[in-house]
Design a protein around this ligand. Structure first.
Ligand SMILES: Cc1cc2nc3c(=O)[nH]c(=O)nc-3n(C[C@H](O)[C@H](O)[C@H](O)COP(=O)(O)O)c2cc1C
Length: 320
């Protein structure tokens, strides 16, 4: 089957494939720009990085995509304390699209009014999809329980997607969670998706900023290693079982103090920023390795452009 371009508000991507934003520091400008330059939409993960780094990264992404006129997009979690400040930084830097996940903000639609920036809301129910549409979202991403990172639902994308697709009429509806290859993409396009958002596949790209040890955790994982876990954010998360997850499960995990005051609400059972950063520094035993449910299917680390080419080839091999 042939893929259609994806129009989100005034922005058009040649391919309806979004690389989901990943924090802390997994999806930075090298990955986001590579995906946008390949015709999709690459997304910088903004949560828990400081303003100067984020500003420089957005500017670098804009430079890298300038020739191909690629889209510059940023993901911001509502759960972070500096949510409004981060949205304003993105607007001032002329970011094209803000993907807003991990909670729902009505405020963001007011903040972007009269600017060039448009909002894509990540939702996990038809009710939230309709609310986003009514508030002014330019698209919604429907995320099911197969996704990596924080989860807004325990229901499969296969159950939720048709409900949101049936409810949301006037803006594009994208599917996310567990989509790992072009055959998965084709399935959701046939179900009426305007596009898909994928993150786990792009962790195993050359441009993803995670260290090799992190990517190897994905490649070496077995299906049963990828589990739902407790996060101090107040939503469950999905990650690869390691020493840290076993400590969380047994209630022996240590809280080493709050350094960054990053969350609106935090249970303080452990510091999630610290643990995500530990994994990004290569300590994949004590660090938190977020991952989607299908990471175990990955066998290789490829340049993002090659991943995109493979996805296109696989979708096109599926009959209409
Ligand atoms: C390592 C990792 C970090 C993530 N961080 C965020 C984030 O900061 N904000 C967010 O809205 N979603 C985050 N997600 C969710 C993804 O953007 C995406 O929607 C989801 O993982 C899609 O499922 P898949 O990974 O199976 O493709 C993260 C996912 C992963 C794997």
């Amino acid at each position: 089957m042939k893929m259609q371009e994806l129009k989100i508000g005034k922005f058009t991507a040649r391919l309806p494939i979004v690389q989901g934003g990943m924090s802390v520091r997994n999806s930075m400008s090298p990955l986001a720009a590579a995906v946008s330059n390949a015709g999709g939409i690459g997304v910088i993960g903004a949560s828990a990085i400081d303003n100067d780094l984020l500003r420089a990264d957005i500017q670098n992404c804009r430079r890298l995509v300038a020739q191909a006129r690629g889209i510059v997009a940023v993901n911001i979690m509502y759960a972070i304390k500096r949510f409004t400040e981060t949205v304003m930084l993105c607007i001032n830097e002329g970011v094209d699209l803000i993907f807003q996940g991990a909670g729902f903000s009505r405020e963001i639609y007011k903040l972007v009014e009269g600017t060039n920036t448009e909002v894509v809301s990540i939702v996990s129910s038809a009710k939230a999809g309709l609310l986003a549409e009514r508030c002014g979202a330019s698209a919604v991403v429907v995320e099911g329980a197969e996704a990596g990172g924080h989860l807004g639902t325990d229901r499969s994308i296969n159950e939720i997607f048709p409900e949101v697709r049936g409810a949301v009429k006037s803006i594009p509806v994208l599917a996310a969670g567990g989509i790992i290859d072009g055959y998965d993409i084709a399935r959701y396009l046939k179900m009426g998706a305007d596009g898909v958002q994928m993150a786990t596949r792009f962790v195993c790209s050359e441009e993803c900023s995670a260290p090799l040890a992190y990517k190897q955790m994905y490649i070496n994982s077995r299906q049963e290693d990828i589990v739902e876990m407790y996060s101090p954010v107040g939503m469950p998360g999905r990650a690869i079982r390691n020493k840290l997850i076993r400590e969380i499960e047994s209630g022996t995990v240590e809280f080493e103090g709050c350094k960054s005051q990053c969350l609106r609400e935090c249970s303080r059972k452990y510091c999630i920023s610290d643990r995500l950063l530990k994994a990004m520094d290569g300590d994949v035993d004590n660090g938190l390795v977020f991952s989607g449910a299908n990471a175990w299917k990955l066998k290789d680390i490829l340049p993002a452009a090659e991943i995109m080419q493979n996805l296109v080839r696989e979708v096109e091999s599926v009959p209409e």
